[in-house]
Design a protein around this ligand. Structure first.
Ligand code: SF4
Length: 77
């Protein structure tokens, strides 16, 4: 799987904590209890993809760092 750049849209994050539970080495709560990425390479890509899929408000976006293509959510066709 490609090397990922992971971002969290804090304006969407509802602080559910799912991503932090799945990948505590990648995500952490900031001072406002919004998730943020603390280590881009803190987990394998499959685990990071699982966090994005598991976010209840789809606040996590994954981009292929080499090509710039958005991998999740998949671009609309
Ligand atoms: S899973 Fe989504 S809503 Fe929950 S803390 Fe992570 S980014 Fe926020």
């Amino acid at each position: 799987m490609a090397k990922l750049k992971t971002t969290v849209d804090k304006s969407r994050c509802i602080s559910s904590g799912d991503c932090i539970e799945t990948a505590p080495t990648v995500f952490a709560f900031d001072a406002d209890d919004k998730s943020e990425v603390v280590n881009q390479e803190g987990a394998d890509p499959e685990t990071i993809l699982a966090t994005a899929r598991g976010c209840p408000v789809r606040a996590i976006t994954l981009i292929d760092e080499e090509t710039g293509v958005r991998l999740y959510p998949a671009p609309k066709k």
